[in-house]
Write a protein that binds this ligand. Structure first.
Ligand code: FAD
Length: 467
């Protein structure tokens, strides 16, 4: 029986980062993945393929919308659906091959198969060919991720009632699609399909899109997406969906109880994800679950068994790849006796619509609820020279800071390149920089980052020189 120091189950961004860090620190490391390709949800059916399709469809929509104004003329612009999806697949393959290389480089033993605990110290791995291997390990790190969730009355059949996974593997352009859920995955998928000419309707239960973020981001995004042609129905409770053969039908009602139904080629369920521990054999260990199905961990990300740790989507919290990666490094360095740190309040959230949406720290609603006083600095992209030059004038930066000490409390951006701009705000919040100090450093002109500078300036109580 082969023995390892550290065994990681699941090869998503949590798992592969944990395995690499473990090997870097000199531990004999195993990584178990049940699928043939490494990378988990993020690389295969999540972050990477969605961003590949978002980029392609953004270029296409931009050409249709803006090129004429730029003076770029063309006579025959059309989308080759097959090539669009082939390129997406190529991007995914390049990433998974990169992971294979990293595993070899770091001498990590990769087992392809489903890992099932036999007890707290050993695991059985059953390969796709039904071959059995049993290993022992000093430490285990569970990184088995999550699967799409659904709501009562809506059964995902993967044919007409689908999830993002099936939507990312479509063979032809759907004429119409109804998306249940206006969260991050919902609005990203809506953008992709709307840009290629599919009629898209979003049904959202809350009174705002991306409802977990600062409200103003959601209301602004709603207006922009409606302008782009997406139909958005807020405050709608979906209670049933059915496969009609060549179409699908969804039933929903508003707060007053008025019932409606809609038919489309597909219904895409994007109502969140649930932790995945099926087949893991936790019943053979002393690892406990929380009521919501997440693996229970303490503040050291250790389960109820001292040699078994758990990271990423399977422990809940923000279901984000970079959160899983941070936990991976934390847990391995913790096992190594180091003193790593993780600050859950400083994990940025990003939505890759166009314009992008990005956020870190407290929202205005949270501060009001907690009765925390704050200064507000808000600056629009429409006044920024670079945004005007690029015709990317939608959106704003909103900075919330402490009125007494000036410390940043939250930064919220909707606008071009928000996903990258937010990194600077994360530094500011993490190191408790004041809005005044953030404003007093030099920002290159003309850049989108100057919108941040102006918002920091206003949050520190000084007027902007640009409005
Ligand atoms: P996962 O990536 O889910 O990996 C878990 C792995 O464990 C899987 O490969 C699974 O096969 C394997 N496994 C499970 N059980 C076993 C077992 N018993 N034995 C062996 N292997 C097992 N996050 C972002 O930060 N940015 C984004 O832009 C983004 N976009 C997304 C878009 C979509 C459409 C989706 C669905 C998700 C997106 N996410 C994004 C979320 C991100 O994908 C997840 O947060 C991330 O993948 C979680 O990583 P993980 O390592 O916890 O688990």
């Amino acid at each position: 029986m082969e023995e390892f120091d550290i065994t990681v189950i699941g090869s998503g961004p949590g798992g592969y980062v944990a395995a690499i860090r473990s090997a870097q620190l000199g531990y004999k490391t195993a990584l178990i993945e049940k699928y043939s390709a490494l990378g988990g949800t993020c690389t295969n059916v999540g972050c990477i393929p969605t961003k590949a399709l978002l980029d392609t469809t953004h270029h296409y929509a931009d050409a249709l919308k803006h090129f004429e104004n730029h003076g770029i003329e063309f006579s025959d612009l059309h989308l080759n659906f097959e090539q669009v999806f082939k390129r997406k697949a190529d991007v995914v393959t390049k990433n998974t091959q990169g992971l294979d290389f990293l595993m070899r480089k770091n001498k990590i033993k990769v087992f392809q198969g489903t890992g099932t605990f036999l007890n707290n110290e050993s695991m059985r791995i059953i390969s796709a060919e039904q071959q059995e291997t049993i290993i022992r390990s000093g430490k285990f790190i569970i990184a088995t991720g999550s699967k799409p969730a659904t709501i009562p009355g809506v059964t995902i059949d993967k044919k007409r009632i689908i999830t993002s996974t099936e939507a990312l593997a479509m063979q032809e352009k759907p004429k119409s699609i109804i998306i249940i859920g206006g969260g991050v995955i919902g609005v990203e998928m809506a953008s992709i399909f709307n840009r290629i000419g599919t009629k898209v309707t979003i049904l959202e239960y809350a009174d705002n899109l991306i409802a977990a973020m600062d409200q103003e981001l959601g209301t602004t995004l709603t207006k922009i997406l409606i302008k782009e042609g997406i139909e958005i129905k807020l405050q709608q409770a979906v209670y049933k969906a059915e496969n009609l053969g060549d179409k699908a039908k969804v039933y929903f009602k508003n707060k007053q109880g008025t019932e409606q139904d809609l038919i489309a080629d597909y219904i895409l369920v994007a109502v969140g994800r649930k932790p995945y521990v099926n087949g893991l054999g936790l019943e053979n260990t002393n690892v406990e679950l929380n009521a919501n199905g997440t693996v229970r961990v303490n503040d050291q990300i250790q389960t109820t068994v001292s040699n078994i740790f758990a990271i990423g989507d399977v422990i809940g919290g923000a279901m984000l790849a970079h959160k899983a990666e941070e936990e991976a490094i934390f847990v391995v360095e913790r096992i190594d006796g180091q003193k790593p740190h993780i600050n859950y309040d400083r994990i940025p959230s990003v939505v890759y619509t166009w314009p992008e949406v990005a956020s870190v720290g407290a929202t205005e609603e949270e501060l009001k609820k907690r009765e925390v006083r704050y200064n507000l600095g808000k600056f629009p992209f429409a006044v920024n020279a670079r945004a005007r030059a690029g015709m990317e004038t939608d959106g704003f930066v909103k900075v919330l800071s402490d009125p007494k000490y000036g410390e940043l409390l939250g930064v919220h951006i909707i606008g071009a390149r928000a996903a990258d701009l937010i990194a600077q705000a994360v530094v500011g919040l993490e190191y408790e920089v004041t809005a005044k100090d953030m404003a007093s450093i030099c920002y290159a002109h003309p850049t989108y980052s100057e919108v941040l500078k102006e918002a920091y300036t206003m949050a520190s109580g000084r007027p902007s020189v640009n409005i």
